[in-house]
Design a protein around this ligand. Sequence first.
Ligand code: B12
Length: 213
Amino acid sequence: MDDRDKMLNAFERALLDVDRLAARQVMEQRGRDMRPIRFVEKVVLPVLEQLGAGWQDGPLALSQVYMAGRICEELIDEMLPPADPSRKNQPRMAICILEDHHALGKVMVYAVLRSGGFDLLDYGVVGVDDLVARVQADRVKVLLISVLMLPSALKIKSVRQKLMDRECDVTLIVGGAPFRFDDQLWQAVGADVMCENASDVVPAIEKMMEEKR
Ligand code: B12
């Protein structure tokens, strides 16, 4: 068993035991060369997915997956604290979870963007009409939407339509499980960009800003 497998096993055990201290220990012992975002993507994500599969196949309870999610949320908040935004001339940005209560993806993307020097509004969990009204009122130019369930992903289409009806020119960046399951879905719902991982989001926004210059 190599070091990464050992780390994955220890982290999974800690989450199943609802042992926050053990989970934090695995995170702290990850080694100097593994940046926090790498730890999240290489350890936290695969373990959560494995637990999710365990719930779908029967052996695990939803409460175990839920508690695992909560512990990971706390750890990610600790590992990726907001940094002082230092950039100028960035478009007005906002992030939200659209009619979905899976929170981790948004927490990660928000933390990565703040750590990367971007400033953005956090709308939390919102419905379509509330979202469109807030985007218009705040004159948001880049809207990041996180969804983990297919019905929520499909609602992005009406966000796009309603923004167009109000003549709001907004770049839509989307992410979450449904887009990883179906690589055509982001275009079908009218998004401009889809990112598979939180670490892809800063380069995607920088590229977009470069193109608009
Ligand atoms: C943990 C989990 C839960 C936890 C959530 C805890 C929490 N606080 O968030 C709990 C137990 C509460 C839960 C509940 C439910 N869940 Co659930 N859950 C999961 C699971 C196992 C992991 C999700 C997760 O947190 N992953 C870790 C995070 C970090 O990854 P992520 O969100 O994908 O984010 C990464 C990328 O996608 C990307 N990203 C995400 N968002 C964004 C946004 C932008 C802008 C960008 C750029 C990138 C980006 O960056 C992130 C990091 O790299 C998934 C399985 C899966 N394969 O995803 C099912 C899953 C999402 N759940 C599912 C379902 C059905 C439900 C329930 C309806 C179950 C039920 N019957 O009650 C409820 C609904 C809750 C609700 N109303 O929203 C389904 C959705 C199926 C579908 N096609 O719609 C899934 C896919 C499981 C499955 N295969 O069936 N769930």
